[in-house]
Design a protein around this ligand. Structure first.
Ligand code: PMP
Length: 432
């Protein structure tokens, strides 16, 4: 495959855009370096780079593109917004329509607010929880990503239930020490943290089904336990459903798990590919937000007509019968095919799959928490990633990022992907 133009554009980008990319995960640093492929256009499950190569895509732009590229229903909605005004800075009917749609799909939402990104949505839920409880500390789980604001760029402390330390330059130590990070799926450490800090905890920030060190389900009873103790101690439960809302069914992960958090943050899929975030939850907590209450949150672009109309159109597509069943069916074929292909060539992998989202770890251990995900062999994955790319399969350049199926993937795409993977595994086996 020829990547000459991609390389040229990337080299130019390096001179003008820091690191050549507008989000660090887009660089190929984690997969051995090189110029990231520069995309030109997409249609359905495929996209095409500037050198004319075609790829079957499983990145889905890190999740939002669940209906594939250029879906006609969403394209029409965006065109309508372009023609009738993309921004007014006043209320519109679209915001109300979309808020009602989200509330109908996710019963824990009494009221919602739109933002421009998942980061903004999660950041505001933390502020609202602090405003509502009058407390400052939060608990989050190791390896979960909640955006790039200060309070969530915090690494775990040096032992169980210890205060965090900055995970990025520029995050003040004073902010990090307001955050406690505990392992996912570990009741004991969560309990320890709550025993020690419980009365100071404003919120527990949870990815109910983890999407950020691959796809990881909560063990039975784990999140119920977290919710129970949070309630007992007067802490707010926040579900970060930026990845999971509308991923596995028409609704949020919390509904699949039978949980009702106090607050929920969303993003990605609900914007149909345009910038969006949203948060919502219990009326008495949401009423803490300005202009009703003292917790401030605002946004020039928040609730803009283009994002609202694209989001509504995306959910309309997802509401059609059979959509999630098909994602699950194709996901199953892909999972089995990958496992068989790896086995055939003696390559050890573990797959975590939830319907149309799966992650492939180069490890033989089960993956229930970040520490186990970390054991995935990054060097092997890096080689696998590049072999797949050469065969026209685009994955996220990260050893535990999920593969996302879209409504546009067909069985023949899955078959082609499995054949590419079999080739990649055979090459890995040769060079072990
Ligand atoms: N929360 C979760 C669970 C996410 O996966 C992400 C993005 N990967 C975010 C928050 C941040 O969303 P955004 O990139 O839209 O700011």
């Amino acid at each position: 495959m020829n990547h000459t133009k991609s390389e040229e554009i990337y080299n130019e980008a390096l001179e003008h855009i820091v690191g050549g990319v507008n989000s660090p995960s887009r660089s190929y640093k984690a997969v051995g370096g090189g110029a990231p492929v520069v995309m030109e256009r997409g249609k359905g499950a495929y996209f095409y780079d500037v050198d004319g190569n075609r790829y079957i895509d499983y990145l889905a732009a890190y999740g939002p593109i669940i209906t594939g590229f250029g879906h006609p229903h969403i394209a029409q909605a965006i065109s309508h917004a372009a023609e009738t005004g993309v921004l007014f800075g006043t209320p519109t009917q679209h915001e109300v329509n979309f808020a009602k749609m989200l509330k109908e799909a996710i019963p824990s939402l009494d009221k919602v607010r739109f933002t421009n990104s998942g980061t903004e949505a999660v950041m505001t839920t933390v502020r609202v929880a602090r405003a509502y409880t009058g407390r400052t500390k939060i608990i989050k789980f190791a390896g979960c990503y909640h955006g790039h604001f200060d309070q969530v760029l915090v690494a775990a402390g040096s032992g169980p239930a210890t205060l965090g330390s900055p995970d990025s330059a520029g995050v003040p130590v004073a902010v990090a020490t307001e955050v406690i990070t505990v392992p996912f799926n570990n009741k004991e450490e969560f309990q320890l943290a709550m025993e020690k800090w419980g009365d100071e905890i404003a919120a527990i920030l949870i990815e109910p089904i983890v999407g950020n060190f691959g796809m990881v389900m909560p063990n039975p009873g784990f999140l119920e336990y977290v919710h129970d103790i949070a309630k007992e101690k007067g802490a707010i439960t926040i579900h970060d459903e930026v990845i999971t809302a509308f991923r596995f069914h028409y609704g949020a992960a919390q509904d699949l798990l039978g949980l009702k958090p106090d607050l929920t943050a969303m993003g990605k899929i609900i914007g149909g590919g345009l910038p969006i975030g949203a948060y919502g939850g219990k009326k008495e907590i949401m009423d803490t937000v300005a202009p009703l209450g003292p917790a401030y949150q605002a946004g020039t672009m928040a609730g803009n007509p283009a994002s609202m109309l694209a989001g509504i159109a995306c959910l309309e597509v997802l509401k059609q019968p059979g959509i999630y069943e098909e994602l699950d069916r194709l996901g199953g074929i892909l999972e089995n095919g990958l496992l068989e292909a790896a086995k055939k060539h003696g390559v050890t992998i573990t797959i975590n799959r939830i319907k149309g989202a799966l992650s492939v770890y180069f490890t033989n251990e089960k993956v229930e928490n970040y520490e186990q995900a970390e054991k995935s062999d990054g060097e092997m994955f890096g080689r696998f990633f590049k072999l797949m790319l050469e065969k026209g399969i685009n994955l996220a350049p990260s050893k535990y990022e999920a593969w996302f199926l879209t409504t546009e993937h067909k069985e023949e795409d899955i078959i082609e992907t499995i054949a590419a993977a079999e080739y990649a595994f055979s090459q890995l086996a040769l060079n072990k």
